[in-house]
Ligand binder design. Structure first.
Ligand code: FES
Ligand code: FES
Length: 211
């Protein structure tokens, strides 16, 4: 088999000519350094409170709330699992309601009050849900735990407020924390270690205590 194509150019010749170097420089990965004139991404200012403290940030408009918390405010208690709304590791409370912070842009939260796991309790004064997770061993690796705890706190509040769920046969009836309700309402929080039975025990204890 010949090493030369129809144009009479050999592979060895292309490499030796430096043409390959030009091709590599034009590759997508090299564009950032090869194109100093490339426009910077647009940024915008946003202000919100996190755990009671006011913050004013200027962020790339594509920044998620999760990245604003972790990368800009260094609140790394909130975890990034899937980064597209499937695992619940990034759950935080916004104005008291649980959300997946990876699915929400930071700019959407002007004036909001965000609570992360760091704001629920402290090592000396644990939130009852944090204490119950410790007592019932509601974790193994702990990666999903901040999201599980934030979600559980908001979930009990939803039940208190009468927010219906998917498993209620009568959505106008007042919900209570049955086994099915607990599992349905926590189904957005995945635990890869499978600590579900201990998580359920912890939540049930806190619900029973009326916290
Ligand atoms: S990181 Fe947000 S849902 Fe998985
Ligand atoms: S404790 Fe490891 S993922 Fe839940």
């Amino acid at each position: 088999m010949s090493d030369t194509n129809d144009l009479g150019i050999s592979r060895r010749g292309v490499l030796a000519s430096g043409a390959a170097t030009a091709v590599i420089a034009a590759a997508p990965g090299a564009a950032a350094t090869a194109d100093p004139g490339r426009a910077a991404p647009p940024t915008m200012a946003v202000s919100f409170k996190v755990n009671g403290e006011a913050h004013a940030l200027t962020v790339d408009t594509r920044t998620t709330l999760l990245d604003a918390l972790r990368e800009h405010l260094h609140l790394t208690g909130t975890k990034k699992g899937c980064d597209h709304g499937q695992c619940g590791a990034c759950t935080v409370l916004v104005n008291g309601t649980r959300i997946n912070s990876c699915l929400s842009l930071a700019l959407q939260h002007e004036g909001d009050e965000v609570t992360t796991i760091e704001g629920l309790g402290t090592p000396d004064r644990l939130h009852p849900m944090q204490a119950a997770f410790v007592k019932h061993d509601g974790y193994q690796c702990g990666y999903c735990t901040p999201g599980q705890i934030c979600s559980a706190v908001a979930m009990l509040d939803e039940i208190k407020r009468g927010v219906p769920s998917h498993v209620q046969s009568d959505v106008t009836a007042r919900p209570s924390l049955t086994n099915a309700e607990l599992r349905e309402r926590m189904s957005g929080n995945i635990c890869r270690c499978g600590a579900y039975s201990n998580i359920a025990e912890a939540i049930t204890e806190v619900a029973g205590a009326g916290a």
